[in-house]
Design a protein around this ligand. Structure first.
Ligand code: NAD
Length: 524
């Protein structure tokens, strides 16, 4: 049953709200219907929210990993118990198919469970052995203390999952978290933050600021560390401001992932992988298959099967719970315009459309489109499309495929399709990307023990996955203590001739190489 609850407003930090505050309307891009609205929060409101969150952080940190995990798991239970309501918001605010919307719940379940279970281990103090004789009496440890307030800013393509990839790690680290979802799709996230603050009796360490770029800028000013996911352009601006403020910024940006189909690939699987990897969420995934290179011997057969498979897909905005459409609408008019531009540019430069190629008359729908006769002069190959385009290029050899795949400003992920594991490793490791999938597409993002991050213009740092997904929200404290209490140290005052000579002898004996030199003789 479709829910009509919407118009969710964040709860924490709204006390500074001006009486004439503007609202941002949220519209279903598939149908044009109003879904809800959120406040366009001012810098003063963001600042007030940040202060509330900071005030609660120390107590949150003091709960320890197990105490924090308990609240995260309560939150997860609430989300699953209310998943029809929450996914209903995702479904409508993004104009997705119900199936595409439902996958976001899987990210909530997997990421929260992963970090709730392992956070304690990842945050445990680390012992280090001493190095050098001068440290013989030392006990060395690395302690991890969270940044007090972490900011998480996300785009519109996965209203729930984008925040969910970052927030559990930051909360498990012991930080308070100030989130800002996209102004295009803020409702589902604002609702789960409301649940954290009102439904599960959790400490008030998670806040949601709503608004567009100005609100995002205010978040950067308020936090001690920023995790940003979005376009390369915005990421660069945020990186610059973070550098000016001397706060760390972890940036997950755009992508242009290449799929390489070698002549020995299982074509049935490769075609289905191309279709899911390129068209899931109407192609609006940073790690979507954005360009396909196929070795000449199997090119014609691959393209033939790809067009047939694309023809079987159902596009639409099905009813909640129906699973009656495969992929849905584009989230914004601007994004749809980029797709139209990439097709027009390709056609003008000699490409051919084999299927699709023209937007629907109603709703922001663009059909899955296969383009051939494409080359590296075209925007559909060089720029991020973030839409349901599958441009396919014939290549002579695996060497040519590698060179073309690497001829990109982006380096997020990619895939190689082959029946030879050795060939897969050989080709895959030469692709300049932060993630690589052999005989699969996009799946590296869902392998939570592995780091997810982009190279080149696709980002700085790793977003989540493995121990670093929690540790990145902490600062390392080099913690040194004395094993045996001594009255003095060799290198402390007063300096004397005898101590100086002794230190030099010990250094020569333990720090140089070759027995003659150790004994004080300079080898001739
Ligand atoms: P965007 O960069 O326009 O906006 C992202 C977020 O930043 C939004 O919440 C926006 O309000 C906020 N923002 C805008 N200007 C800001 C500023 N000056 N300071 C602070 N915050 C600001 O991106 P988008 O159009 O929402 O999303 C599409 C882009 O996101 C694509 O390029 C896509 O590749 C990228 N993306 C990357 C990943 C990844 O993991 N690498 C995942 C999803 C999307």
């Amino acid at each position: 049953m479709a829910t009509t609850r919407a118009a969710v407003v964040p709860t924490a930090g709204t006390s500074a709200a001006p009486a004439d505050r503007k609202q941002i309307a949220v519209t279903n891009p598939a149908t044009g219907e109003a879904v809800g609205a959120v406040p366009d929060q001012t810098a003063a409101e963001v600042d007030a929210l940040a202060q509330t969150l900071r005030a609660a952080q120390l107590e949150w940190e003091d709960l320890g990993p197990r105490g924090r995990a308990r609240h995260l798991l309560n939150w997860l239970n609430w989300i699953v118990d209310n998943s029809d309501h929450v996914l209903g918001l995702v479904h409508r605010e993004a104009g997705k198919s119900w199936g595409d919307a439902s996958i976001e719940l899987m990210v909530c379940v997997e990421v929260i469970n992963y970090y709730a279970k392992r956070g304690g281990k990842f945050l445990a103090d680390e012992r280090r052995s001493i190095h050098g004789p001068a440290s013989f009496n030392k006990r060395l440890r690395i302690l991890r203390r969270p940044y007090q307030l972490v900011g998480v800013i996300t785009p519109w393509n996965y209203p729930l999952a984008m925040q969910m990839m970052d927030v559990p790690g930051a909360l498990m680290a012991g930080a308070a978290v100030l989130t800002k979802p996209s102004e295009v799709t803020p409702l589902a996230w604002a609702e789960v933050v409301r649940a954290w603050n009102e439904e599960i009796d959790a400490p008030p360490v998670l806040g949601c600021a709503t608004g567009a770029g100005e609100t995002g800028r205010a978040v950067i000013e308020a936090v001690d560390m920023i995790q940003f996911t979005g376009s390369t352009r915005t990421g660069r601006a945020i990186g610059i401001r973070a550098a000016e403020r001397l706060i760390p910024a972890s940036l997950e940006l755009g992508g242009k992932d290449a799929m390489i189909v070698l002549s020995d690939a299982d074509l049935d699987r490769a075609v289905r992988g191309a279709v899911w990897g390129g068209l899931f969420n109407a192609g609006q995934s940073c790690v979507a298959v954005e360009r396909i290179y196929v070795e000449a011997p199997v090119y014609d057969e691959f393209v033939h099967r790809l067009v047939a498979e694309v023809g079987r897909l159902r596009q639409g905005h099905d009813a909640q719970g129906a699973f009656a459409a495969d992929y849905g609408a584009m989230a914004t008019v601007d994004q749809l315009a980029i797709v139209e531009h990439h097709v027009a540019d390709a056609l003008a430069k000699g490409a051919r459309v084999l299927t699709g190629g023209r937007r629907a008359e109603r709703g922001l729908f663009y059909p899955a489109t296969v383009l051939v006769d494409v080359d590296h002069s075209m925007d559909c190959i060089r720029e991020e499309t973030f839409g349901p385009l599958l441009p396919v290029m014939r290549v002579k050899s695996e060497e040519e495929a590698i060179a073309l795949a690497n001829d990109s400003q982006y380096g997020l992920a990619g895939s190689v399709w082959t029946s030879s594991p050795a060939r897969g490793r050989r080709v895959g490791r030469r692709i300049e990307t932060g993630g690589m999938n052999i005989n699969n597409a996009m799946t590296n993002v869902f392998q939570f023990p592995l780091p997810m991050g982009g190279w080149k213009q696709s980002g700085i740092g790793h977003r989540f996955g493995g121990p670093n997904g929690v540790r990145k929200y902490t600062r390392q404290q080099a913690f040194v203590s004395e094993r045996i209490p001594l009255k003095n140290e060799m290198h402390w005052y007063p300096y004397t001739l005898a101590k100086g000579a002794l230190v030099r002898r010990v250094l020569r004996l333990t720090g140089t190489h070759g027995w003659k030199r150790r004994l004080g003789r300079t080898p001739s």
